[in-house]
Design a protein around this ligand. Structure first.
Ligand code: SRM
Ligand code: SF4
Length: 570
């Protein structure tokens, strides 16, 4: 048997995720924590990071790196009360870097929290009945679901399942309360008592679940380890769930054994069986997943290696449920609906665009941080985070609408001008992400300015085209499911992927490598020109580039690295 990865030993020896975190927290000599604890702290929803903009200068001055922690809150389905919103906003301003980061998984990240402020931050979060447990680490992460409140009946069922899955699969170790909230120390215990689902070595790797309500695929169901697609009857009641397994984005440049994969639809289950199916999928992956090679440890590789049939049979056996054949469903888009929508419950909902998810006040620009706080201070409904890094002011009472509209105007919470920008996402990357190879969040707006000009020249400004960028191939903004995907290769250089489906159901393919700013525009410009001239009615950009022969179709993850081979002669 292959040697276990180092993380497996760290987990095994950690006494259910305690490690030496408490001691490390008390050590005032360094702003960091020891290496093994850096792995364990992820299970508590935190990453040790350093400001990469300051690395060179601090090394020259022989100073320790500018360490600070990133905290990720666990927010099932992305739903927060206005009070919780205000509390997170305050924590971000007092202990963080003064911004809130809406993530691609419907959570809020706080960056820049120094070690000595960690406990105070986590206490403030706990006071709002929120926590950061399992927001990162080899466990089930934040469970996502479609936040569209205008479909309230179906959404209510999706959110209820989301919360049930999140609660059921939350780690049970008392370590979090003990270390961060001065909880009582509860010693020892057998695996089946302390962690009945995970055991002491938890999952082989991160695990992600989403719930989608067609026709919206805004959670990108095919990008995740496990998914549930609501199957509705004529009254919008959920009759059951199609179960998807084996999606994932992460890959490494130059290593074709790693690849993004679109999830398979494994079967259909009744509403009462969904949690049991989820637990069985988790435990099969717990036992079958690769614990020696972390690059091969996601469920997508287990399914590739063992086959979907064998995996399904084991899940059915463990859950005591026979899955039915998948039911028909149809998605139309993976984006958000901006602006006001009217709900079935007589309330209104306002979806606001957040540039790359960064909620901040900009000098002379949009006052997103203050504006959203002002809204939350008077709002009686809820605040919802979308999987596209945007925010919905949901369930607005009729009498509050005018006041909220006035705040939107006052703080310039404007809607994006172009169809490309409406459908854009960028990951965090520099300066906080330790894995970034190129700029992302700080660069995409500039690139969009240039691309918008080209689109305007061809009369395409209003066309919805999905573009996503990441600073490395890990795929945090799900770029391989974007019609235009840009993936950091090195400083100022990106690989260009094309041909994914607008509804998120098909992966893209590599079109060109190592492009700098001018080369990206030069590569896309003729495609925009051809699209404007030659597209068929209602044909999406991702479909057009395949039909027109610019790029080959990707059937699944296995052929992702195959030569696109279809580039059209000029
Ligand atoms: Fe991610 C690692 C940020 C969603 C795939 N991701 C990281 C880290 C923690 C870097 C690290 O390990 O040191 C990044 C922290 C940056 C920072 O400074 O904040 C990071 N990931 C993010 C966020 C904040 C991107 C964003 O701009 O919104 C997203 C937070 C989600 C959340 O709230 O939980 C985020 N990451 C994703 C997604 C999208 C999704 O889940 O829908 C993916 C692709 C889906 C998937 O998991 O396959 C994703 N992140 C990764 C990977 C590659 C995993 C793999 O299987 O290979 C890594 C690297 C790793 O795990 O080793 C990673
Ligand atoms: Fe960092 Fe890469 Fe994820 Fe971007 S995609 S946040 S650069 S790990």
């Amino acid at each position: 048997m292959a040697e276990l990865s180092r993380n497996e030993y760290i987990k095994e020896a950690s006494d259910y995720l305690r490690g030496t975190l408490a001691e490390g927290l008390a050590d005032e000599i360094t702003g960091g924590i020891v290496e093994d604890d850096q792995q364990l702290v992820k299970f508590h929803g935190m990453y040790l990071q350093d400001d990469r903009d300051l690395r060179g200068e601090r090394t020259r001055k022989k100073l320790e790196k500018a360490f600070a922690f990133m905290l990720r809150v666990r927010i099932s389905g992305g739903v927060l009360t206005p009070r919780q919103w205000c509390a997170l906003d305050l924590v971000a301003r007092v202990y963080g870097n003064g911004t809130m980061r809406a993530t691609t998984r419907q959570t809020i990240q706080l960056h820049g929290v120094i070690k000595s402020n960690l406990k105070a931050t986590l206490k403030a979060i706990d006071e709002q009945l929120l926590n950061t447990i399992a927001a990162c680490g080899d466990v089930n992460r934040n469970v996502m679901c479609n936040p569209n409140p205008h479909q309230s009946k179906a959404h209510a069922a999706a959110l209820a399942l989301t919360r049930a899955l999140s609660d059921h699969l939350e780690p049970r170790t008392p370590a979090y309360r003990e270390i961060w909230l001065d909880g009582e120390k509860i010693a020892g215990g057998e695996d089946d008592v302390v962690e009945p689902i995970y055991g002491r070595t938890y999952m082989p790797r991160k695990f992600k679940i989403v719930v989608a309500v067609p026709p919206s695929n805004d959670v990108d169901i095919f990008a995740h380890d496990l998914g549930f697609i609501a199957i509705l009857d004529g009254n919008d009641d959920v009759t059951g769930w199609n179960v998807t397994v084996g999606g994932g984005m992460g890959m490494t440049h130059g290593e074709p054994d790693t690849y993004p994969r679109a999830a398979d639809v494994m079967g259909f289950c009744a509403p009462r069986d969904a949690v049991a199916i989820a637990e069985a999928v988790v435990t099969v992956q717990r036992d079958w997943g690769d614990r020696s090679n972390r690059k091969h440890a996601r469920l997508k590789y287990t399914i590739e290696d063992r086959g979907l049939g064998a995996f399904r049979a084991e899940v059915e056996k463990r859950a005591g449920v026979t899955l039915e054949a998948p039911k028909p469903f149809s998605f139309t888009s993976s984006g958000d609906r901006y602006g006001w929508t009217e709900g079935e419950n007589g309330k209104s909902h306002l979806t606001l665009y957040v540039e790359n998810g960064r909620i901040q006040d900009k000098a002379g620009g949009a006052g997103m941080l203050t504006g959203l706080r002002k809204i939350a201070e008077i709002h009686t409904g809820d605040m919802r985070l979308t999987a596209n890094q945007n925010v919905i002011v949901a369930n607005v009472a009729k009498e509050d609408r005018a006041a909220i509209e006035a705040i939107v105007k006052q703080y310039n919470l404007v809607q994006p001008a172009s169809g490309l920008r409406r459908n854009s996402m960028a990951c965090v990357a520099l300066p906080t992400c330790g894995l970034a190879l190129a700029e992302c969040e700080r660069y995409l707006p500039e690139l969009l300015d240039a691309l918008d000009q080209r689109l305007a020249a061809y009369g395409l400004s209003d066309d919805d085209i999905v573009i996503r960028m990441t600073g490395c191939p890990n795929g945090c903004a799900r770029p391989y499911l974007a019609e235009i995907g840009l993936v950091g290769k090195g400083p100022g250089r990106y690989n260009l992927y094309l041909g994914a489906a607008f509804d998120g159901s098909r992966l893209s393919k590599l079109y060109a490598e190592d492009l700098e700013h001018g080369a990206i525009i030069a590569a896309l410009d003729p495609l925009f020109a051809a699209y404007a001239k030659e597209r068929e009615p209602n044909e999406r950009f991702g479909a057009f580039v395949i039909r027109a022969g610019f790029v080959a179709r990707t059937e699944n993850g296995r052929d992702f690295h195959a030569d696109s081979g279809a580039r059209r002669a000029a």
